[in-house]
Structure formats: structure tokens, C-alpha cells
Design a protein around this ligand. Structure first.
Ligand SMILES: Nc1nc2c(ncn2[C@@H]2O[C@H](COP(=O)(O)OP(=O)(O)O)[C@@H](O)[C@H]2O)c(=O)[nH]1
Ligand SMILES: [Mg+2]
Length: 585
């Protein structure tokens, strides 16, 4: 720290400010801050330890270099009607440089001079603003954030030129203290003319900066003459005409240690506050964009939920086809037993093979084949629906991506990169889904699904529908019936046979068959439902998986934005408090 005297309280503020600025790096980095902005912040941190920088700006030919020479009482800097100053020149204390003996540091020149007050203040000459040599203006603008105090030199023959006004508009956001110098008043005829120009600059300055500016009308040329001449009369006359004393006094005395410290501390804080404000705006803009993404994801989620709901509802309908097949069989079975288990068919009943053959033909019939056909239908339906859902999601994402492409404008720096990233993701996700749809082999999917469903169905149902299950049932019923019949016949109880035994056997056979079919239906329905649920879950998972990079990006962005915004707001509060403390020094 290059201040000669710092009270403990000053030191505390300085430390607090330094750590506050360092803390600010984190949320800015989290928001992928522009490298220029980061450099700006880092420089602001370093600047806390630098000498007070008085930066002289203004349109070329306004007399910036002449003013500095007048202040030094030396012709140290080149002057001229053409843009002579092509780089930022920092004047600091040191041994007198030999003419043209500036040291180059990057695009900057360092010039030393053994004048006492340069111990406290470094003075900076800039190329100035003008539209002719763009780079000059850029060099000047880039240097502005480092300034602790800006001396804005305008020429009395064209005060507040358009380029100066634009320049001020661009640099005012840094919140620097700006002092106005109206140079070349020697070319004006009367003091009233000077007043008029000062009033003009004051009006414009107030309009632009929002407060009454400090203005010094001077003549750098007369001040130089006064300091150089050996003629006492001329010196007095020139010095009075130059009105330089007030400005010199301001720079060398009013700008005392306390004031310099205040400006010095306020300046990096101004830079940090500006960056904070800028990135809060950026975070807000990004959040606005994210809302769109969140809406996209919600829509897809809602679409998937509706799909799930519809699938379950329609599945019940498909399942009822299978049920109906079994109901049909149950009905036929009832009828069959009604017609077969009766006294008049007693001979048929005794011929078990024949009755079994009849049962298989009339009752079982093509039940197994029908169940299989309906199962295949069900599978085709599932696969078709799945495919359609994929297509719907793809089409929706495609539409969103196209809409984003239309909206892509980046008013805030940094938003564009973010937007491009997000756009690319949305597109790549769209592509992933599209590719999945393109390579989705419906036949293979249906085959694979059919295989696993058939295995499940076969394991539980088909076998029982066929000869084994019902055949065994029938054989059992018939065997008992036949045994009863033979026994009763032998006992001569034919009437009992017709009245009690045979109807009882018939009811029993019908009841057994119903039970058997009910169990079968339950198991078949369970097997199909399980397969269906598994497949539905798989297809939903596949769509969500394809969208995952996008959803993950949105989620992490959301968190980052929330966190950085909170951090920035906190920093803003802390810095506002520091600013108040600094103003009270
Ligand atoms: N009449 C008059 N001319 C001046 C004054 N100060 C500077 N000049 C002239 O204006 C021209 C530009 O000055 P210079 O300091 O190089 O301007 P810069 O481009 O702003 O640095 C030079 O020819 C100077 O001699 C002044 O107070 N009065
Ligand atoms: Mg110059």
C-alpha cells in the first residue's frame, strides 16, 4: 500500500473491500463471466494497492498533453494539431527521462519525472476520443476503469463535441468522479464568452452525469508561457489569463490524502458494483430463458403422463378381448355339460375318449389360438403406441428448437454463449430422440415383446387351456360320474340316477370348469398386465433417458443461477455498506 498514512479504520475498510472484491470472483466465474470482466475485477483488486491515478481524457487536440505539460512546467509530452499521442502514457515519479526516453509496457508508455507530487499521484495521458483513429479511442476506454479520477478536457472552440458526449456516455457507468476542464480559453474574446461556454458545459455535463459537474476553464498555453517566461510582467499576465491556479490548487491541494483515499477506495468498488449489477442482469436474463426450457420439459412430462394414462385405459380394453375368449369358452362348457351329462347320453358318458374328443372340439375349440391372436394384437398395439409417442415427443422438441432459433438474440454479453449452448443441447436431444425413432425397428421390437409375452402366457395359461388342464378335469368328473352310474345301475336305482346323481354331477362339472376358467383368466390377465407394465415403463424410461442431457443442463443451470444470484445480491449489500463507510472517511 502506497499511502503514507492510513488510520486503523481506513485499513479495516481497505481489507474489507479487498476481501469483498475477491469474494465476488466466485459468482462471476459460476456465471461464466467474460474474461475481460474477470480481468477488470482482478485489476480492481490490484488497483487497491496502486498509486492514485489521475487520467486525462477528451477529444484529440483538446490540449490534454498541453495541460499536463503546463502542470509539470515542462515540455515532457509531445503536443500537436494531429493525433500525436498514440498510446497511454503514465507519468510517475523518478529520474528525469531523457527526451523520448519512455519505457514501453505493452501498449503503455511509462515516463518518469522528478517532480515531488508525482509521489502521490500518477498522471495519465491518453490518445483521446475521436472517430478517425478507432484504436486510440479503444485504448483510452480500456484504461478508464483504472482511473481514480478523470479529468475531462474539452476545447473552448468546440466544447462538448459529439464524440466527447458519446465517450462520456460510455464511461459514466463506471461511476468515476469526472472533473471538466475547458481548455484554450485564450482564444475567446471576452470573459463573458468563457462564462457562456462554462454554462454550456455545465448544462450538458449535468444532463449526462445527473449532477452539477466541477468545471475549470483554463488556457494550458498561457499557463505554459507563464511558467516558462523570464519576463515577470508577462508571467503575471499569462498566469492570470490562464486561470490555471484554481485547477492546480485543486489537483495538488484539494485532492488531499483523505480525498485521494476516498476516491481510491471508491473506484474499485464502483467497478465491482457495476460488474455485480451487470451479472445480476445476466442471471435474470438467463432465468427468463430457462423458464422456456422448464416449460418445455413440463410439457413433455405432461405428455408422457397422459400417454401413460391412456395406455393403461386402453390396455384394459385389449385385455377384455382375451377375457371374452375365455367367457365364450365358459359358456360353451356350460352348454356342453347341460347337453352331455344327462341320462339319455349315459352311453356317451361311459365312453370317456369320445366325450373328451367332443369336449375338446366343442368347448376348448380354438381358444388357445384366439388367445394367441389377441395377444399378438395387443403387442402390435403397444408397439404402435410407443412409436407414436416417440414421434410426438420428437416433433414437439423439434418445434421448440426451431422457435429458439428464431428468438436467439443476445442483448447482454454472455447470454449468447449460454443460449447457444442450450440451443445446441436442445437440438442434440431432439436428434437423439429422432435417431432413436429412426432406428426403432418396430418388427424386431414386436418380435422381442411377443416372445417374452408368449413365454409368460404359455407358462401360465395356454397349457391349461389345452388338453392337459381341462382334459384332466374332465377325466376326473367323468370317472366319478361313470363310477356312480355303474354303481347305481347295479343297484337298480335308475330313478335316483336321473333325479339326483346326474344333475349333481353336471353342476359339479360346470362349477369346476367355471373355477378353472376364473383362475385361468386371473393368471392370464396378471401375466399380460405385468408384461404390459414392464414394457410401458421401459418405453417411458427410454424417452426420459434421451432427454436427460437437456434436463440435467436445465437443473444445474437453475441451481447455479439461484446460487450466484444470491451471492451477488449479498455482495451488493455488503458493497453498498462499504461505499457508505468510504464516503464517510
Ligand atoms: N490556443 C491554444 N492552443 C492550445 C492550448 N492548449 C493546447 N493547444 C494546442 O492544441 C493542439 C493540441 O494540443 P495537444 O496537447 O497535443 O492536444 P491533445 O491531442 O489533446 O493531447 C496543439 O497544437 C497545442 O499547441 C491552449 O490553451 N490554447
Ligand atoms: Mg496528446
Amino acid at each position: 500500500m502506497l499511502y503514507r498514512f492510513l488510520t486503523e479504520a481506513d485499513e479495516r475498510i481497505l481489507q474489507a473491500e479487498r476481501s469483498q472484491l475477491v469474494t465476488l470472483r466466485r459468482p462471476l466465474a459460476a456465471l461464466d463471466a467474460d474474461s475481460d470482466d474477470m480481468a477488470q475485477l482482478d485489476r480492481a483488486i490490484l488497483q487497491l494497492d496502486e498509486l492514485f491515478l489521475l487520467v486525462v481524457v477528451g477529444e484529440f487536440n483538446a490540449g490534454k498533453s498541453a495541460f499536463i505539460n503546463a502542470l509539470l512546467g515542462q515540455h515532457l509530452l509531445p503536443e500537436g494539431v494531429t493525433p500525436t499521442t498514440t498510446q497511454v502514457t503514465v507519468l510517475r515519479h523518478g529520474e528525469a527521462a531523457t527526451p523520448g526516453g519512455a519505457t514501453e509496457v505493452g501498449e503503455m508508455a511509462l515516463l518518469s519525472h522528478p517532480i515531488e507530487w508525482l509521489h502521490d499521484i500518477n498522471i495519465v495521458d491518453t490518445p483521446g476520443t475521436n472517430a478517425i483513429i478507432r484504436r486510440h479511442q479503444e485504448i483510452t476506454e480500456e484504461f478508464v476503469p483504472r482511473a481514480d479520477l478523470i479529468l475531462f478536457v474539452t476545447s473552448a472552440d468546440r466544447p462538448f463535441s459529439e464524440s466527447e458526449r458519446l465517450f462520456l456516455q460510455r464511461i459514466r457507468e463506471w461511476g468515476k468522479k469526472i472533473v471538466f476542464v475547458v481548455n484554450k480559453i485564450d482564444i475567446l474574446e471576452t470573459a463573458a464568452d468563457v462564462d457562456r461556454i462554462v454554462a454550456f458545459v455545465e448544462t450538458n455535463g449535468r444532463e449526462l452525469l445527473g449532477r452539477k459537474p466541477v468545471i475549470f476553464p483554463i488556457s494550458a498555453r498561457l499557463a505554459q508561457r507563464a511558467k516558462e517566461t523570464f519576463d515577470a510582467d508577462e508571467r503575471t499576465r499569462a498566469w492570470a489569463g490562464s486561470r490555471f491556479e484554481r485547477l492546480e490548487d485543486y489537483i495538488l491541494h484539494t485532492l488531499d490524502e483523505g480525498e485521494r483515499l476516498r476516491l481510491k477506495l471508491a473506484n474499485p468498488l464502483g467497478v465491482a458494483l457495476l460488474l455485480t449489477e451487470r451479472y445480476l442482469g445476466l442471471a435474470r436474463a438467463r432465468q427468463e430463458l430457462l423458464k422456456d426450457d422448464i416449460a418445455t420439459i413440463r410439457t413433455v412430462e405432461a405428455q408422457l403422463a397422459a400417454y401413460e394414462r391412456d395406455m393403461r385405459r386402453d390396455f384394459k380394453y385389449h385385455l377384455s378381448h382375451v377375457d371374452n375368449v375365455l367367457y365364450g369358452m365358459a359358456e360353451r362348457g356350460n352348454r356342453f355339460f347341460d347337453e352331455t351329462i344327462r341320462l339319455s347320453r349315459i352311453l356317451d358318458l361311459i365312453n370317456a375318449d369320445r366325450i373328451q374328443g367332443l369336449f375338446e372340439r366343442e368347448v376348448v375349440a380354438d381358444t388357445a389360438a384366439q388367445i394367441e391372436a389377441h395377444t399378438l394384437e395387443l403387442i402390435d398395439w403397444i408397439v404402435a403406441q410407443e412409436f407414436k409417442e416417440w414421434q410426438d415427443v420428437t416433433e414437439y422438441l423439434g418445434r421448440r428448437a426451431a422457435r429458439h432459433a428464431d428468438q436467439m438474440i443476445g442483448p447482454v454479453s454472455g447470454i449468447r454463449g449460454f443460449e447457444l449452448h442450450r440451443q445446441a443441447l436442445l437440438e442434440s436431444v431432439g436428434q437423439a430422440v429422432r435417431a432413436a425413432v429412426a432406428t426403432y425397428d418396430r418388427n424386431a421390437e414386436a418380435r422381442a415383446l411377443a416372445e417374452s409375452v408368449q413365454i409368460a402366457v404359455a407358462e401360465t395359461a395356454i397349457v391349461e387351456v389345452g388338453a392337459i388342464g381341462l382334459g384332466a378335469l374332465l377325466v376326473k368328473v367323468l370317472a366319478v360320474t361313470v363310477a356312480d352310474v355303474t354303481g347305481l345301475l347295479a343297484a337298480g336305482a335308475v330313478a335316483a340316477l336321473g333325479l339326483y346323481v346326474i344333475p349333481a354331477r353336471r353342476r359339479r362339472a360346470q362349477k369346476d370348469l367355471q373355477e378353472k376358467i376364473t383362475t385361468l383368466r386371473a393368471r392370464l390377465s396378471q401375466a399380460l398386465t405385468e408384461q404390459f407394465e414392464a414394457e410401458l415403463g421401459r418405453s417411458l424410461a427410454r424417452i426420459r433417458e434421451a432427454m436427460r442431457p437437456y434436463t440435467r443442463f436445465i437443473e444445474t443451470q437453475q441451481t447455479t443461477l439461484d446460487e450466484s444470484q444470491a451471492a451477488l445480491r449479498e455482495a451488493q449489500g455488503a458493497m453498498a455498506a462499504l461505499k457508505a463507510q468510504i464516503e464517510a472517511i
